[in-house]
Ligand binder design. Structure first.
Ligand SMILES: Nc1ncnc2c1ncn2[C@@H]1O[C@H](COP(=O)(O)OP(=O)(O)OP(=O)(O)O)[C@@H](O)[C@H]1O
Ligand SMILES: [Mg+2]
Length: 282
């Protein structure tokens, strides 16, 4: 685990065995766009998720932190249709949903950037942005001959990349394999931003990035929040989380250890709860 500037022996700064008040939101945010109750996912004898609850509201950045193996990726895979939970309930806009595949979640307005980056290196940027959503040319060329509207997709890809303030990518016909790691990540986040109708889920979007690209992704996240989307951000980078998150879900040993906010708790508190040195009153 890397927590950047945060001391890992966080318990030294806190009274052992003490408790902190939890920070679940008051009810002035309206209804959650996405919620989960009692999610359980096991892999043979390994418990990935042990009955996890979550509420994501429109227009908020909801960070998920936790140690390696705490269940963060498993949680978002259940929310995005990449895994089917063994039990529990997921609601989107209040309605129960059962996603069997990622495409089901995408069709419902949930876009995910997975920890293992889902771009196809040999394709160009525009094709990556429009992967599984290719647009056909207008008229019979598209409807009968199934010809792709490559030019249109490049123009629109350029607009969405530039709309997110990414200036380092100029040519949408450039193959993704020739981009830097940070630029590839930017393409993946742009795709999520361009198509995420309601919810965008980002699993470690800044892990492989330099300072400048990392800050750019944070800025993109703020823009998406300001558009009213609900954002779930998984990160080990505590300064990033404390900078951008509205609320922070702490995942520990497959369960939810608590939900805090950057103003209610320090990074040191967060790490202490994550490691079990500190317990939250739930
Ligand atoms: N497909 C799988 N098969 C078996 N075990 C799995 C599988 N996926 C996850 N697990 C296990 O479930 C637990 C939670 O894993 P998960 O990937 O959700 O952790 P994480 O919090 O995302 O960790 P990291 O910070 O390292 O990304 C781990 O013990 C992991 O080994
Ligand atoms: Mg993970």
């Amino acid at each position: 685990m890397s927590t950047d500037a945060v001391p890992t022996s966080a318990d030294a700064a806190l009274p052992r065995g003490g408790t902190l008040a939890t920070s679940e939101p008051s009810s002035d945010r309206g209804e959650p766009v996405l919620s989960a109750r009692g999610l359980v996912k096991t892999f043979g004898r390994v418990v990935g998720l042990d009955g996890v609850d979550l509420d994501l509201y429109p227009g908020e950045v909801f960070a998920v932190i936790g140690d390696n193996g705490a269940g963060k990726s498993t949680l978002i895979k259940c929310l995005s249709g990449a895994l089917e939970p063994d039990s529990g309930e997921i609601r989107l806009d209040g309605k129960v949903v059962h996603f069997k595949r990622p495409q089901d979640a995408r069709d419902s307005g949930i876009e995910t950037v997975y920890q293992q980056l889902a771009v196809i290196p040999a394709l160009d940027i525009a094709s990556n942005l429009y992967l599984a959503r290719e647009e056909r040319r207008p008229g019979p060329l598209g409807s009968v001959l199934r010809m792709l509207d490559k030019k249109g997709m490049r123009v629109r890809a350029g607009e969405s990349v530039r709309g997110l303030g990414i200036q380092t990518i100029q040519n949408m016909a450039q193959p993704v394999e020739t981009l830097s790691g940070g630029q590839r990540q930017a393409v993946a986040v742009s795709r999520a931003a361009a198509f995420g109708g309601k919810v965008v889920i980002l699993d470690e979007p800044t892990a492989a990035l330099g300072v400048r690209e990392g800050n750019q992704v944070l800025e993109m996240i703020r823009q998406l929040r300001d558009k009213g989307l609900g954002i779930i951000l998984i990160s080990h980078n505590m300064p990033h989380v404390w900078e951008v998150a509205d609320r922070i879900h702490i995942q520990r040993l497959g369960g939810r250890a608590g939900v805090i906010t950057p103003s209610s708790h320090t990074m040191t508190d967060g790490v202490a709860i994550m490691t079990g040195a500190m317990k939250l009153e739930q």
